[in-house]
Design a binder for this molecule. Structure first.
Ligand code: NI
Length: 219
């Protein structure tokens, strides 16, 4: 005796209409996915052990610590004002990038404190730093301090530097790590900003790329 369930079932064939509907549904889903904002990406330096407390002096001679920047993003670059080529080029890109960001989003850009920390405190006194930082951005803060305070700040930011004797005792150069850090409102590392990587022939940095990264990470 055969009942309905014993009947050999008809082979399943995809209905052309159903196939078309599925294709449309998938296309629509893809379109919706493309229109909705992408989930926020993880900052590349999230969780990295970079940064820490510092106690330095600004270009006006005022004591400054990391706590003075609580709640603000910090764009931090280590270098020295006597640097013949690298620091000026990097600072120009970084500060022009910040200026672009200020134009497109003044409110968010105001939350960024641009900071230049010297690794040559012997020559970079507050008086020497003042005209140097003013050349790049009206808000750029120049920080200096004792040899020990600078060494501690550099170490916290995994920055190394070394004196290279020049033609006269006061004409030495300083070799130094060339990195630009973007730190978050709690002083946490977020990203390295795009500046030239000296180990490659290409120039990886530009004001436009710096502005793009600031737009991406600064809330
Ligand atoms: Ni330099």
């Amino acid at each position: 005796m055969m009942n309905d369930s014993d009947r050999p079932s008809r082979p399943l064939r995809a209905s052309p209409t159903r196939g078309l509907t599925l294709a449309l549904t998938l296309a629509l889903a893809a379109m919706l996915a493309a229109c909705s904002p992408a989930p926020p990406a993880e900052p590349p330096l999230k969780g990295a052990r970079i940064g820490g407390p510092f106690a330095l002096t600004d270009q006006r001679g005022k004591p400054v610590t990391d706590k003075d920047f609580a709640g603000r993003y910090r764009l931090i670059y280590f270098g020295y004002s006597f640097c013949p080529d690298v620091c000026p080029v990097d600072l120009q890109k970084l500060m022009q990038g910040l200026a672009r960001f200020e134009k497109t989003d003044p409110e968010r850009a105001a939350r960024v404190a641009p900071i230049f920390i010297t690794i040559d405190p012997a020559r970079d006194t507050p008086v020497a730093l003042a005209p140097f930082v003013a050349r790049y951005h009206p808000r750029l803060i120049g920080l200096t301090g004792s040899e020990a305070a600078i060494a501690a700040a550099a170490k916290a930011f995994v920055v190394s530097y070394q004196k290279q004797e020049g033609s006269a005792p006061d004409r030495y150069l300083m070799g130094h790590t060339q990195l630009a850090f973007l730190m978050g409102p709690q002083g946490e590392p977020l990203a390295l900003l795009p500046i030239d990587d000296a180990s490659t022939p290409a120039d990886e940095g530009s004001a436009e790329l710096v502005a793009k990264d600031l737009e991406k990470w600064v809330q």
